[in-house]
Design a protein around this ligand. Structure first.
Ligand SMILES: NC(=O)c1ccc[n+]([C@@H]2O[C@H](COP(=O)([O-])OP(=O)(O)OC[C@H]3O[C@@H](n4cnc5c(N)ncnc54)[C@H](O)[C@@H]3O)[C@@H](O)[C@H]2O)c1
Length: 318
């Protein structure tokens, strides 16, 4: 297949492109290398993809908000994986309009350009953040998700809704995947594990919010990517579905820091601060549906995954 991946130069997108190329697909990677974090990291990611893909990888430096450019990317494409987004929770509270522009209007552009080009297969990157502070755990896909607690989460829920509408009106076979905190080599530098590895290694104090009991269902990036690849295959059948792509083993903040201390081989110096508005207390994926429908079964134990991320970090900073 010829697959268009938006957000191809980013953390998850670059690993996905490599996986799809290894599976024999042709990949059109679309990204505008925004400055949310150092674009040089994205350039390095793309260089890795190009090594794997050779002439089956085509890079388009396009902004989702440029509808004519997006339209021009579509001819010949069989399926789209839409990952490009503003992805941080806290920055979305400071800059909600940018999140609306890219995550909602940008998604609408993707859907419109797909419809015009007659493309019928879509995987959309949603997020566990749509569950907000849902009380019932683990989070199952049929849980009501009408209480997002950050602008970011609201834009992801809006994306799921828009995808449903375009599926309904235009028969686009669509799978929305709710990713649970993804980590591993190339992780976004604003995310906790990447930040803590760097700061603990440099001997800098780290700030922890709350009392250390908040937890996340950390998922290794190659497991996430396996879930995306399986969902993409599944879009050959018509329909609209939502699946959790997590690990289903929540880790508390205290446990996380202990894993990182072990992998880095240095102690953390911790400053405690109150919990921040917008951050959820816990995430925990129910994987029953993803396992049954996609055969998704994450493999990477947290200690091994963090060790791989630390090894990658050391390689980068050599
Ligand atoms: N990393 C996680 O833990 C996590 C969890 C849940 C959901 N997600 C979702 O997965 C997707 C990928 O996240 P990531 O962690 O790889 O983030 P990332 O920031 O590394 O990747 C996103 C990419 O999208 C590109 N992009 C942003 N706006 C664009 C625009 N207007 N036009 C073209 N390209 C644009 C960026 O340059 C970047 O390379 C996002 O949709 C995110 O919301 C991620």
């Amino acid at each position: 297949m010829r697959v268009l991946v938006t957000g191809a130069a980013g953390f998850i997108g670059s690993h996905l492109c490599e996986r799809l190329l290894r599976d024999g697909h042709t990949v059109v990677g679309l990204d505008h290398f925004n400055a949310y974090y150092d674009p040089a990291q994205k350039e390095r990611n793309v260089a890795h993809i190009a090594q794997v893909g050779g002439d089956r990888f085509h890079l388009l430096r396009v902004d989702l908000r440029d509808l004519p450019a997006l339209r021009a990317a579509m001819p010949g494409v069989d399926a789209v994986v839409h990952l490009a987004a503003m992805a941080g929770v806290q920055p979305s509270i400071r800059e909600p309009l940018v999140y609306e522009d890219i995550n909602i209007r940008g998604t609408l552009h993707v859907l419109q350009a797909m419809r015009e080009a007659g493309i019928q297969r879509l995987v959309f990157a949603s997020s566990s953040s749509v569950y907000g502070n849902a009380q019932r755990v683990p989070f199952a896909e049929d849980e009501p998700v009408d209480r997002p607690i950050s602008p970011y989460a609201a834009t992801k829920k809006a994306g799921e809704l828009l995808c449903y509408t375009w599926h309904h009106l235009h028969d686009i076979s669509t799978i929305c995947l709710r990713f649970f905190t993804v980590y591993g080599p190339r992780q976004r530098p604003d995310l906790a594990i990447a930040k803590f590895i760097r700061m603990i290694d440099d001997g800098e104090p780290i700030v922890l919010y709350g009392d250390g009991s908040s937890s996340r269902d950390y998922t290794f990036v190659l497991d996430t990517v396996d879930g995306i690849a399986r969902a993409l295959e599944r879009t050959s059948q018509p329909g609209y579905a939502i699946y959790n792509i997590g690990h289903s083993e929540p880790i508390s903040l205290r446990e996380l820091v202990a894993h990182i201390e072990t992998a880095v081989g240095k102690p953390a110096h911790i400053h405690w601060q109150p919990m921040q508005a917008g951050d959820v207390d816990r995430t925990w994926a129910d994987l029953t549906r993803a396992h049954a429908a996609l055969g998704y079964a994450p493999q990477m134990p947290i200690a091994d995954g963090i060790a791989q991320q630390v090894a990658w970090y050391r390689d980068q900073t050599k």
